[in-house]
Design a binder for this molecule. Structure first.
Ligand SMILES: C[S@@+](CC[C@H](N)C(=O)[O-])C[C@H]1O[C@@H](n2cnc3c(N)ncnc32)[C@H](O)[C@@H]1O
Length: 215
């Protein structure tokens, strides 16, 4: 009886998960977004007022480009969006969206990103995630190291009082990475957008008022 109950609960969870995936997947296709991830940033942008028109935005781990599209909608024609990824990103028709194929963990990455910007960034986004291996500790450690690389970029390219959104994985080594984020900003909130899959360990840190960036 107990097993039956457990199995039907699991089945229900799977069905709900699929429905939710379908919802955001089909919505993305219908609205012309390149990924369902676009809806995560849409929600965060509305809730935390991350963007303003004319802003300079860096998007780390940007392929295939859903977040770039959302950022471009918010900053408009006078803003600037730089999408950075290991993988190639299909170009966009906007002249103020630039793409950089780069490993953000490479030592020269922060400087190369800074050089690709018209001025220091108002917002740095990071949806960076490793290829999930399925080995929990390994995936969490890899994600933490990507957060570390994103923070190096932030230290170099974000302007004083700028904002950031960083994907993190909950689990061991999370606290350490989170402490690093908190130390750099006046205010940091952790949140999970509705489009995050319930099976995913991801959580987003929305960080406001960067304390560094001088010089
Ligand atoms: C979840 S996807 C990003 C989805 C994107 N935000 C969107 O809306 O389309 C994560 C991305 O991180 C990229 N990535 C992982 N490690 C990277 C690294 N070391 N340097 C640059 N990009 C990396 C992957 O190639 C992948 O495209």
């Amino acid at each position: 009886m107990k097993l039956k109950h457990l199995l039907s609960r699991k089945l229900l969870e799977n069905m709900t998960e699929k429905r939710r995936k379908d919802h955001f997947y089909f919505l993305a296709r219908r609205l012309g977004y390149r990924s369902r991830a676009a809806f995560k940033l849409k929600e965060l942008a509305d809730r935390f007022r991350i963007f303003r028109r004319g802003a300079v935005v860096v998007d780390l781990g940007a392929a295939p480009g859903g977040w770039i599209q959302v950022a471009r909608e918010h900053v408009g024609e006078d803003g600037f969006v730089l999408g950075v990824d290991l993988n190639p990103i299909k170009p966009f028709p906007w002249s103020n969206v630039k793409l950089l194929r780069l490993d953000v963990t490479s030592p020269g990455a922060p400087q190369l990103i800074l050089e690709a910007l018209p001025r220091k960034a108002d917002v740095v986004l990071s949806d960076l995630s490793p290829k999930v291996s399925g080995v929990w500790e390994l995936d969490v450690a890899r994600q933490a190291s990507l957060v570390e690389s994103a923070l190096k970029v932030i230290d170099e390219v974000l302007k004083p009082r700028g904002s950031a959104v960083l994907k993190m994985f909950q689990g061991y080594s999370f606290q350490e990475a989170f402490k690093e984020v908190k130390g750099r900003f006046e205010s940091v909130k952790l949140t999970r957008p509705r489009a995050s899959r319930s099976s995913s360990a991801e959580i987003y840190a929305v960080a406001l008022l960067f304390k560094g960036g001088e010089g």
